[in-house]
Design a protein around this ligand. Structure first.
Ligand code: ZN
Length: 134
């Protein structure tokens, strides 16, 4: 793994949380993006080397909606950048982690992503992400 790429935070209202995190960081987000397939709207802040991704559900049955209903707002996942996501997924499986996706999927911010089940990683939802090279 190369680095902590971003921290995902589940929120109820992207609008309210954008205003809050703008105050916290003293700067505006650089991107808002909806990932329709995941039922989520995202907002990204660059904070030094790392990014903060705010996630708001756009559908009631989306993973973020379920998370917020069950656990409330808060840290949702840690995302680590990898060089080759296919290779890392194989490595994770061989190390006994539960990889939640058969294949990487297209995430926000021009990334291929996959997730590891929190129950195989001490309760942490881990995202692996790889920049889509065009
Ligand atoms: Zn993420």
């Amino acid at each position: 793994m190369k680095k902590l790429e971003h921290i995902g935070i589940a929120v109820k209202s992207l609008e309210d949380s954008n205003a809050l995190f703008e105050k916290l960081f003293g700067k505006e987000n650089y991107k808002v993006e909806t990932v329709e397939s995941e039922g989520v709207s995202t907002s990204f802040f660059q904070v030094g080397e790392t990014k903060i991704e705010l996630l708001e559900a756009t559908k009631e049955d989306s993973a973020i909606a379920k998370y917020v209903a069950k656990k409330g707002e808060g840290i949702h996942h840690l995302a680590f950048e990898v060089e080759d996501i296919y290779e890392e997924m194989d490595r994770m499986r061989s190390e006994g982690f539960i990889v939640l996706n058969d294949k990487p999927k297209k995430g926000a911010d021009n990334k291929l992503v996959c997730f590891l089940h929190p129950k195989s990683a001490n309760g942490v939802l881990v995202e692996l992400c790889q920049e889509i090279k065009s």
